[in-house]
Design a protein around this ligand. Structure first.
Ligand code: PRP
Length: 279
């Protein structure tokens, strides 16, 4: 049995639940549930605050967890990053009211800065006296009069805009979601299966399957266009001198590859999506 932490709220909650469900895990969460047992897959999932997950995983209370890289950096711990995920892409940015004269991070020296990431902020804007540490809803703190500026996660920018704030300076940290493991447990059976299922989903999103028919004379040239991962599958057709070819291709190149195969003289070119893969 492995113990895995999942974010219980925020921007990482829904995509993580969707990913785990798509990977065949039973992760349904009712409103107040703190954990759930997936006995079929031998995993116990714990729903925790994304900022607490790095500590639970780094000190070995839990075997693994999904959270943002920014939360791991803030805690200053070093769990093993097993897989980087495609969602949760965000930047930790400084922001001030639209009407503020501040335009650079240097303009914030001596100002009160509200944030949930005090360690990252101190590394970039020295001076602890000016920090106001908050648990969340940081964007409203300026309006409430306890800070002149904030440093918070920006994903789409909608929350900042609604609060009448604008970003200043370069991002202090760039983040995305990732699966982390306790150092030394990353090769346990349960975690290797979890990793390969997630990687299988990621790869299925990046690749597609192309199938087409090619006459003997074009077979070599067609296979060179679709070399696949190992090698394309080639089968003889009932029609003498013709072959059916099947190969994985990169999704972003798929339309161009179909055009090239058609131009070469291949027939019956079919493109299908993949649900999951193991390479
Ligand atoms: C994060 C962050 C911002 C918001 C930014 O909050 O703290 O409030 O997302 O997203 P946007 O740029 O797309 O508007 P989250 O919902 O993850 O949880 P939190 O309120 O607990 O910080």
């Amino acid at each position: 049995m492995i113990k895995v932490a999942l974010p219980n709220k925020g921007q990482l909650f829904e995509p993580t639940m969707d990913l785990l469900a798509a990977c065949g895990y039973k992760v349904s969460k009712s409103l107040r549930s703190l954990s759930t047992l997936d006995s079929e897959n031998d995993v116990e999932f714990f729903f925790l605050r994304p900022g607490d997950i790095p500590l639970y995983v780094a000190n070995g209370i839990l075997d693994a967890g999904v959270t943002g890289m920014d939360f791991v950096a803030e805690k200053g711990v070093t769990p093993i990053c097993m897989v980087q995920l495609s969602y949760g892409k965000s930047k930790l940015c400084a922001a001030v009211p639209n009407e503020s004269p501040a335009h650079t991070l240097a303009d914030l020296h001596g100002k009160k800065i509200a944030t949930s990431f005090p360690n990252i902020v101190q590394g970039k804007i020295p001076g602890k006296d000016h920090l106001v540490e908050l648990e969340g809803a940081v964007e409203i703190s300026i309006k409430l009069g306890i800070a002149d500026a904030i440093v918070d996660i920006v994903e789409t920018g909608t929350t900042l805009k609604q609060a009448g704030l604008r970003i200043i300076g370069e991002p202090l940290f760039e983040s995305r979601a990732a699966l982390y493991a306790h150092q030394g447990r990353e090769n346990s059976d349960g975690l290797r299966i979890l990793k390969s299922r997630i990687e299988g989903k990621i790869m299925a999103q990046e690749y597609m399957m192309v199938e087409y028919d090619a006459p003997d004379a074009l077979l070599k040239a067609a296979c060179a266009i679709t070399p696949g991962i190992e090698s394309p599958t080639v089968m003889s057709l009932e029609k003498t001198g013709w072959f059916s070819v099947k190969s994985m291709i990169k999704k972003r190149e798929s339309q161009k590859i179909m055009d090239t195969l058609a131009k070469l003289g291949c027939k019956g070119i079919l493109l299908t999506a993949l649900d999951s893969v193991r390479i």
